[in-house]
Design a protein. Structure first.
Length: 225
């Protein structure tokens, strides 16, 4: 079974990947984004998100992960490993060494859907467009722990600048990220965030480097261990 650290890393890196592997040929569904006169270009921005990294099918990258838990058991692991991605939504992180920690994190961290799947899962409302960033509020259509998810999109390149989940039972998870361009693809470079939940608190930073694109990756890499 995956350790808490492995689950956390896979989810955190998933934040970075979610806006970076959509299908260019997939058009935004009609009415996918609620109209807001204050953000007139929201629909076009969403469609541009779907066109990012259209030719990217796989990659591997070196990853470093620094977690500082600010709640019990107050661990501060610094890990290195390899991140794997396979179109459309397979992600994994394999660490050189992994501490054996609690299983409870499986129910803590939110799933990150691909932007093309947002209309199936959320009601999408543009809130604002300020300082070159458009904020979408995603409200789950199915009742659950998440009250809403706010996603900040860079107007210039249509990549995700940050995510903030707000929970009904208190607390939040928030991440910001930066990208690098390699062979015309936008790929996550650095990620930092904060988990602030009643049962778990931590600061997280991560970096990815040495990308290898469109290489063969066995499906077994993504199987839960």
């Amino acid at each position: 079974m995956k350790s808490l650290i492995a689950i956390l890393a896979t989810t955190a890196l998933g934040f970075s990947l979610a806006a970076g592997a959509s299908l260019a040929e997939t058009a935004a569904p009609t009415g996918a984004v609620v109209t807001n006169p204050a953000v007139p270009n929201a629909g076009d921005l969403y469609r541009r998100m779907l066109a990012i990294n259209a030719k990217l099918r796989t990659y591997t990258a070196n990853v470093t992960l620094d977690i500082k838990m600010t709640s019990f058991p107050y661990l501060s692991p610094e890990l290195t490993g390899t991140a794997y991605y396979k179109h459309p939504d397979k992600r994994a992180v394999v660490f050189d060494t992994v501490p054996v920690l609690a299983e409870q994190a499986k129910k803590v961290y939110p799933r990150v859907e691909e932007p093309v799947d947002w209309p199936k899962v959320y009601t999408i409302t543009p809130l604002s467009d300020e300082s070159g960033l458009t904020t979408f509020r995603l409200i789950p259509k199915k009742n659950g722990r998440v009250e809403h998810l706010d996603v900040k999109i860079d107007d210039a390149n249509a990549t995700v600048d940050g995510y903030t989940w707000t929970y009904k039972d208190g607390g939040f998870v928030t991440f910001e990220q930066t990208f690098k361009t390699i062979e015309g693809n936008y790929l996550p470079e650095k990620l930092s965030g904060r988990v602030e939940l009643p049962s778990y608190k931590a600061n997280i930073t991560s970096a990815l480097s040495n990308y290898k694109l469109n290489v063969a990756i066995a499906d077994s890499v993504f199987e839960e261990k």
